[in-house]
Ligand binder design. Structure first.
Ligand code: 5GP
Length: 195
């Protein structure tokens, strides 16, 4: 899969959040289409398995909800809150701000994340889950930035590969703003002159 490119003819739409300017990158209709495809695979892979679906808060809340609904996926939903980001940059420490309540021993587990950047958060968390002896652990992520990846994580259900640029919308925030946007926006870097 190559990096997602905005379709030709996409309206040029800018928004401002705080001090930053963003431009339309992945429109709602394309997100919806991809979610239908992923939901179909997940539904068929987990039929009769009653998985524990772990939504990684806060960013994956909309993706989880739409995915579970699109596939009418039957499972137990739980939440974890992990944090490794500060503003627009990844930090070295992963903090578990809220843990799941479920006992995952002997259960199939599907972790749902919004975006994999360096992979540090998921590398840490998947290892942590595997120590609890689940029957299986798989990962669904809406976005992956392959050029930023430092900790390889295996994403079974991936929405889109994107370039290494900061994005907001559809659950993803910039300092707690922008999560409710239906489309995904990319940081609009100022033009850099040629020297
Ligand atoms: P990683 O540990 O893979 O470096 O970072 C994963 C977490 O960083 C994601 O769950 C997300 O919260 C945050 N993150 C990474 N890239 C972006 C981005 O482009 N936009 C936003 N809003 N959050 C991001």
């Amino acid at each position: 899969m190559s990096n997602f490119q905005s379709p030709r003819g996409l309206p040029i739409k800018h928004i401002k959040i705080g001090d930053l300017r963003f431009r339309l990158f992945i429109p709602e209709s394309i997100i919806e289409e991809r979610i239908q495809e992923l939901a179909k695979s997940i539904k068929s892979d987990y039929r009769g398995k009653n998985p524990i679906i772990i939504c990684v808060l806060k960013g994956a809340i909309l993706f989880t909800s739409d995915l579970v609904k699109a596939g009418e996926i039957d499972g137990q939903i739980d939440f974890v809150r992990l944090s490794s980001y500060d503003g627009t940059t990844s930090t070295e420490k992963v903090k578990e701000l809220m843990s799941i309540a479920s006992d995952i021993k002997g259960r199939h587990v599907l972790v749902i994340e919004d975006i994999v950047d360096t992979g540090r958060t998921l590398d840490y968390y998947l290892k942590h889950l595997k120590k609890q002896e689940p029957l299986s652990v798989e990962l669904a992520a809406l976005l992956l930035k392959p050029d930023a990846l430092k900790f390889p994580v295996d994403i079974k259900y991936l929405g889109f590969k994107i370039p290494d640029l900061f994005v907001v919308g559809y659950g993803l925030d910039y300092n707690e703003s922008g999560r409710g946007l239906r489309d995904i926006y990319q940081l609009d870097l100022p033009d850099v002159g040629l020297y």
